[in-house]
Design a protein around this ligand. Structure first.
Ligand code: FAD
Length: 398
C-alpha cells in the first residue's frame, strides 16, 4: 500500500489547483493524485477555444498545467478509485491497489450526459483531451459534424469547427440560439453571427435516437427528421461524480455537501470543483461547473487540506468566447428573468442585469473587460438597488 499525507481523487483542474494550494502551506508533505484520465491535469476550457482558434497556442506551454513539476505530486493516470474506506483512511482502485491518506480531497468532476444514440468512434460526448484529439481528426478532414447542445460547449464547438473548415449543423433546444440565456434581441444577434459564419442551425429540436453507418452517423430528431453527417459531438451538461462519496456515507445533495471551508462531514475528507455543493457568500448554496471556481476552490481546498482552515469566499464567474464575442457572467443568467440592458454599442458591448422582481440576481458582461468585481458588488448589494439605478453602475467600456 502507498501512503500519502494528501491524496486527491481526480486529475483535473481542481487537483492541480489543490496540489499548488497545499504547497503554499506545506512544502514537504507527500501528494498523490489518482486519475482516470490518460493525460496529466490540463486547462479544460482550451479544448473548445484557443486550441482551435490560435495556431500559436501550445499544449505544452499553455494547456498542460505541469502539476507534478510544480508540486512534486505523484500522479497515477488510468487509475480509477472504486471505494473509500473512511475508517481505515484508504482508497481502493479498479486494479486492486490501495492508497492510504491523512487527508483526502474528492475532485472527481462530472461525466458528460451521453447522447441517446449508439456510441462508436464517430459519436463524442465532449469532455476530455482525448475527445479533442478525436474531433480534431474530423475537422482536419473538413468533415460534416453535427453539434448537439446550445449552451457554451455546444456553441463554442460549433464556432471552432466552422472556423476550421468543417461543415457544421448545430442542433439545439431553444427557438433562437442562446434564447434561454440572453434577452431576445441579444439572442437574435448571437444566432445571426452563427448563420453568417455558415453554421446550419436546427433550433427547437432535441436528439432522440441515432446509429452509425459504414462511413458516418444518422441522428434522429424529436420531430422524426434524420440528419446524416460524418460525426456527431455533444455538450449536454454533466452529472457530478458523487457515487464514491455517497457510498462512503457522506452527505450528497446536488453535489457532495461541504462547509464554507470545503470539508465534508468527515473532518479529513474535502470536496471541491464541479462535484461539490458549497455555501456561496453572495449566491447561496450551490454547485458550480466552471473553471474560475475549479481554480479558486481547488486552491482553497488545498490550503485547507494542509491545515489553513480558511473559508472559501470567492464568488465565481464563468466565461465563453465565440467568434469575436467574449462574455462573462456572474450569478443567474436566465432569459426567464426580467432584464435591464445597458449598451455602449447596441448588442455588441454592454452589460445585462438579470432581475428577480426588483432584485438583481445575475450580471452578463458582453465584450466588457475587467468588471467582474463590479458585477459581484452589484449582486452583493442587490437588495438595496432599484432597477432604475442599474444602468451606468458597471462601466460598459463605451
Ligand atoms: C470543453 C470544455 C470547455 C469548458 N470551458 C469553460 C469555460 O469557457 N468557462 C468556464 O468557466 N468553464 C469551462 N469549462 C468547465 C471547467 O473546465 C470545469 O468546471 C473544470 O474543469 C472542473 O474541474 P474539476 O477538477 O472539478 O473536474 P474535471 O476537470 O472534470 O476533473 C475531474 C477528474 O476526475 C477524474 N475522475 C473522475 N472519477 C474518478 C475516479 N473514480 N477515480 C479517479 N479519477 C476520477 C477524471 O478523470 C478527471 O481527471 C469547460 C469544460 C469543458 C469540458
Amino acid at each position: 500500500m502507498t501512503d500519502h499525507r494528501y491524496l486527491v481523487i481526480g486529475g483535473g483542474m481542481v487537483a492541480d489547483a489543490a496540489a499548488k494550494g497545499i504547497r503554499e502551506i506545506d512544502e514537504q508533505g507527500s501528494i498523490g493524485i489518482l486519475s482516470t484520465d490518460v493525460d496529466t491535469p490540463y486547462a479544460r476550457p482550451a479544448l473548445s477555444k484557443k486550441l482551435w482558434t490560435d495556431p500559436d497556442f501550445s499544449w505544452d506551454d499553455e494547456v498542460d498545467l505541469h502539476t507534478a513539476d510544480a508540486t512534486g505530486a505523484e500522479i497515477h493516470l488510468r487509475t480509477t478509485v472504486v471505494a473509500i474506506d473512511r475508517t481505515a483512511k484508504t482508497v481502493t482502485t479498479d486494479d486492486g491497489q490501495r492508497f492510504g491518506y491523512e487527508r483526502l480531497l474528492i475532485a472527481t468532476g462530472g461525466t458528460p450526459t451521453p447522447l441517446p444514440i449508439e456510441h462508436d468512434d464517430r459519436v463524442i460526448d465532449y469532455r476530455s483531451a482525448e475527445d479533442y484529439r478525436r474531433l480534431r481528426g474530423f475537422a482536419d478532414q473538413h468533415a460534416h459534424v453535427i453539434v448537439v447542445g446550445g449552451s457554451y460547449i455546444g456553441t463554442e464547438l460549433a464556432a471552432a469547427l466552422v472556423q476550421n473548415g468543417a461543415t457544421v449543423t448545430l442542433v439545439h433546444p431553444d427557438d433562437v440560439l442562446g434564447g434561454s440565456m440572453f434577452p431576445a434581441d441579444l439572442a437574435a444577434a448571437f444566432e445571426r453571427r452563427y448563420r453568417d459564419a455558415g453554421v446550419d442551425l436546427v433550433g427547437g429540436r432535441r436528439v432522440t435516437d441515432g446509429h452509425g453507418t459504414d462511413d458516418g452517423v444518422i441522428v434522429t430528431l424529436d420531430d422524426g427528421r434524420e440528419l446524416r453527417a460524418d460525426a456527431v459531438v455533444s455538450g449536454l451538461g454533466i452529472t457530478p461524480n458523487v457515487d464514491l462519496a455517497r457510498d462512503a456515507g457522506l452527505p450528497v445533495d446536488d453535489g457532495i455537501v461541504v462547509s464554507a471551508t470545503l470539508v465534508t462531514e468527515d473532518p479529513d475528507v474535502f470536496a471541491a470543483g464541479d462535484v461539490a455543493e458549497y455555501p456561496d457568500l453572495v449566491l447561496g448554496r450551490r454547485r458550480v461547473e466552471h473553471v474560475d471556481n475549479a481554480q479558486e476552490q481547488g486552491r482553497q481546498a488545498g490550503r485547507n487540506l494542509a491545515g489553513a482552515d480558511e473559508p472559501y469566499t470567492h464568488t465565481p464567474y464563468y466565461y465563453s468566447n465565440v467568434f469575436d464575442i467574449g462574455y462573462e457572467a456572474v450569478g443567474r443568467v436566465q432569459a426567464t428573468l426580467r432584464t435591464v440592458e445597458d449598451w455602449a454599442a447596441p448588442l455588441e458591448q454592454g452589460v445585462v442585469y438579470y432581475l428577480d422582481g426588483d432584485v438583481t440576481r445575475g450580471v452578463l458582461l458582453w465584450n466588457v473587460q475587467g468588471q467582474r468585481d463590479a458585477a459581484r458588488q452589484v449582486l452583493a448589494e442587490a437588495e438595496a438597488l432599484t432597477p432604475d439605478t442599474l444602468p451606468g453602475r458597471i462601466p460598459t467600456g463605451g
